[in-house]
Design a binder for this molecule. Structure first.
Ligand SMILES: [Zn+2]
Length: 195
């Protein structure tokens, strides 16, 4: 199985407030027993992550042919990012971008894609959100305001759930984004990535 993740993004978090906002998300996951409290390096590919918690077996019903994610996988952890973040593994599964001004959509083959790539390096390396000019309405719009599927980030708080089933899966008895939003008061966008 190739590695993938579900992703929750807080687009409103500024860099200075990112650590405390990120910690409030992790604290909620721990108190809900969705993750274990001790971070370790075995459950994620780089750095440290939180292994799955005991309550997941109540919160998720496996389909008949479905992989027993939390019991069978070695890489199955939750990793918090509280620095400048771009969803790099969203690019291999990129579907489309959309102008927030005129709603025109552009495929992953479009020149807008190249502009998004260029913005990634200026954000990560220089902490700058460059504009992308819409080929349809000619408006200059900051890269983090473009609609992308999946959501590419350009943010300061992101939580990766490595190899977890899609948050859109029918197996969930809860909405993970809604549960965390209601506990933390933050608006969280759902995204994903695939290596
Ligand atoms: Zn436009």
């Amino acid at each position: 199985m190739s590695e993938s993740y579900q992703l929750l993004i807080d687009h409103d978090a500024e860099l200075a407030g990112a650590p405390s906002i990120g910690q409030s998300i992790i604290d909620t996951l721990i108190s809900e027993r969705i993750i274990l409290p001790e971070a370790q390096s075995e459950c994620v590919l780089t750095g440290v992550g939180y292994p799955p918690g005991p309550r997941l077996r109540e919160l998720y019903d496996y389909g008949e042919q479905e992989l027993r994610y939390w019991d069978m996988l070695r890489t199955i952890g939750v990793k918090l990012h509280t620095d400048r973040y771009v969803n790099f593994f969203g690019f291999p599964v990129f579907e489309e971008s959309g102008c927030p001004e005129c709603d025109e959509r552009f495929s992953d083959q479009h020149v807008v894609m190249d502009a998004i790539y260029d913005c990634v390096s200026s954000f990560i390396n220089d902490d700058r959100l460059d504009n992308i000019t819409c080929p349809s309405c000619a408006m200059d719009i900051p890269c983090d305001q473009w609609v992308t599927v999946p959501d590419i980030g350009f943010c300061h708080v992101a939580v990766e759930f490595w190899n977890w089933p899609s948050f859109a899966s029918k197996g969930w008895k809860i909405s993970m984004p809604d549960l965390l939003s209601s506990h933390t008061g933050r608006v969280l966008a759902h995204s994903w990535g695939h290596m």
